[in-house]
Design a protein around this ligand. Structure first.
Ligand SMILES: *Cc1c(COP(=O)(O)O)cnc(C)c1O
Length: 403
């Protein structure tokens, strides 16, 4: 292992060597050094948060094609804010009541197969999620998980939004959902937290006509971990801003940037909104702006080539371990980063893949590998968050634990 002393060592906290990819529970991605530098410079002085949000909105608008953009403390936070905007709209009293939604539409329709643990972020705004569709594809009968009419017939006067999780497996096509939603004047909120790269996905959802989309700032964009992007309709972003910005202001001198919100439409200053708990500081805002600029300039092909080489290195390091079989998966346009799927011959190894993965986590530094396929005796090595030295350490600890 390189670098003998880190801040984590200094604090007595075990370091993690990350062969699992951009996973929040082990710190997400490595923030870009230029973003750290920008944050440190931001820490040298003050700026009005609303001005920084307006500046971030400009950049988000440029790169997503949305009418406006906003930054909250993660993609999950952006989902809460987006939901709060869909529920309260421009009704200041309703904003004030959230998460009590009395008098406002508060149902968010979601295809069952789009549900994830992150849905709590939607419910946190006061919404009730209305499940539609089934898990029928698993029955192997050929029937779909969700039919468009199931979404349409679930729409009532209580519907605040339709939420859509963007993944390879999610159906119906987003364009179909947008068409149905807009026929009923209902906004569509897309969770695309981990869908960049490819960079083209920054514009894809707005192009498809969605009203709001969220991206994580702390995954491949490599901004601060505690940032998430909300992009979409100007009126909804304005509502989000009202519900997120610190509102301890004197009405006579309350003068927020008009690009972000227009105080003239309101009689007085709203109270602290539901988003106040999701705040981002000036440093995070500056860090996210810088990171997003650099992400836009980044040569994706070069990165993919680097990841491909590192996956090959891991493969070469493990190829002569006779209790393991390795297969490189992905690396195409969809997966972007290739990964090495490593299957353990559990009988021959005298240990299960799960036992090996757990043992790796107990190393010092800890080694985290992808644990999504343990039931198939398989773990996954993701090259994105590793250096070559670290890849070697990972392979060495795997070999050592198996011997
Ligand atoms: C990572 C992720 C989130 C949460 O993003 P944060 O920026 O960590 O809040 C939400 N939804 C999906 C699908 C994700 O992958």
């Amino acid at each position: 292992m390189t670098s003998d002393s880190s801040i984590y060592d200094e604090l007595g906290v075990p370091r993690v060597v990350n062969a699992a990819g951009t996973k929040t529970r082990i710190g997400g991605s490595l923030i870009r050094p230029e973003a750290v530098e920008a944050m440190s410079r931001a820490a040298e002085g003050f700026a009005r948060i609303s001005d920084l949000q307006a500046r971030a909105s400009e950049l988000i608008t440029d790169c997503t094609g949305a009418e406006a953009g906003y930054v909250a403390s993660g993609a999950a936070a952006a989902m809460t804010l987006g939901t709060a905007a869909c529920i309260a709209g421009d009704d200041v009293a309703a904003m004030d009541r959230l998460p009590d939604t009395e008098g406002r539409p508060d149902e968010v329709i979601m295809p069952r197969t789009h549900r994830t643990g992150y849905d709590h972020a939607i419910r946190a705004a006061g919404a009730t999620i209305v499940d539609v569709g089934t898990n029928d594809p698993h029955l192997g009968t050929g029937s779909a998980a969700i039919e468009p009419w199931e979404i349409e017939t679930a729409i009532t006067e209580d519907t605040a939004a339709i939420a859509y999780l963007q993944k390879e497996y999610t159906t119906p096509p987003l364009s179909k959902v947008v068409e149905i939603a807009h026929r009923h004047d209902i906004p569509v909120l897309v969770d695309a937290a981990a869908e960049v790269p490819p960079k083209a996905n920054l514009t894809r959802f707005i192009d498809a006509g969605v009203d709001l989309v969220v991206f994580s700032g702390g995954k491949a964009i490599r901004g601060p971990q505690s940032t998430g992007i909300l992009a979409g309709r100007a009126d909804l972003i304005e509502s989000a801003a009202f519900q997120h910005l610190d509102m301890h202001a004197a009405a006579e001198v309350w003068d927020p940037p008009r690009d972000l919100l227009d105080p003239s439409a309101y009689d007085g200053v709203p109270r602290q909104g539901i988003g106040r708990t999701l705040k981002v500081g000036k440093e995070e805002l500056v860090g996210l702006i810088r990171a997003l600029e650099l992400f836009l300039e980044e040569d994706q092909d070069e990165l993919v080539a680097e990841w491909t080489d590192r996956t090959a290195l891991l493969d070469a390091e493990l190829t002569d371990v006779d209790t393991l079989s390795c297969e490189t998966v992905g690396g195409g346009k969809v997966d972007v980063a290739p990964a090495l799927h490593v299957t353990v011959d559990e009988d021959a190894a005298g240990m299960t893949a799960a036992e090996l993965v757990l043992a790796l986590r107990r190393e010092n530094p800890r080694v985290f590998v992808g644990a999504d396929a343990l039931a198939d005796a398989t773990f996954v090595l993701n090259p994105m968050c590793l250096t070559d030295d670290e890849a070697q350490y990972v392979a060495e600890r795997i070999r050592e634990n198996l011997s």
